[in-house]
Design a protein. Structure first.
Length: 135
């Protein structure tokens, strides 16, 4: 969330970046109604072991970031967030993000993006990332 919410594209347009903890339906609906766009960071979907040596383990955590846009509300509220610019900004923010040198970082998964909802009232693109970390 930190890397994405700091991106100037989203801060300049007041677009919310929300971490989904299962209780955010009202917050997401409000953001779509009042801004026409919201970025939703889902919980970690899976964790895979990459390597292990002694007491250290290298892990790959798979996660999804959703770009949700209500085209009418996006236009009517003058947010005018372009979905393709949003996708590019999220990918750029996450692949550049590093908590500390040599620490965890994000990379795009083999499937980078896919549309999960597309109708006149709502567009949703899922962006797939792998977070590499060491425990």
């Amino acid at each position: 969330k930190t890397a994405v919410s700091a991106d100037s594209l989203f801060t300049s347009k007041g677009v919310s970046v929300i971490v989904d903890e299962g209780l955010q339906d009202d917050e997401v609906a409000s953001a779509l109604e009042h801004k026409g766009a919201v970025i939703l960071v889902l919980p970690v979907m899976s964790v895979n072991l990459r390597d292990q040596s002694g007491s250290a383990a290298m892990l790959d955590a798979e996660l999804i970031v959703k770009v949700m846009i209500s085209p009418k509300s996006n236009r009517d509220n003058n947010t005018n967030l372009n979905i393709y610019e949003a996708i590019t900004a999220i990918i750029s923010a996450l692949v550049k993000y590093a908590r500390h040198p040599g620490g965890e970082f994000f990379k795009c998964s083999n499937t980078v993006a896919g549309i999960s909802a597309f109708d006149p009232g709502l567009w949703v693109y899922d962006l797939f990332f792998t977070k590499e970390c060491v425990l």
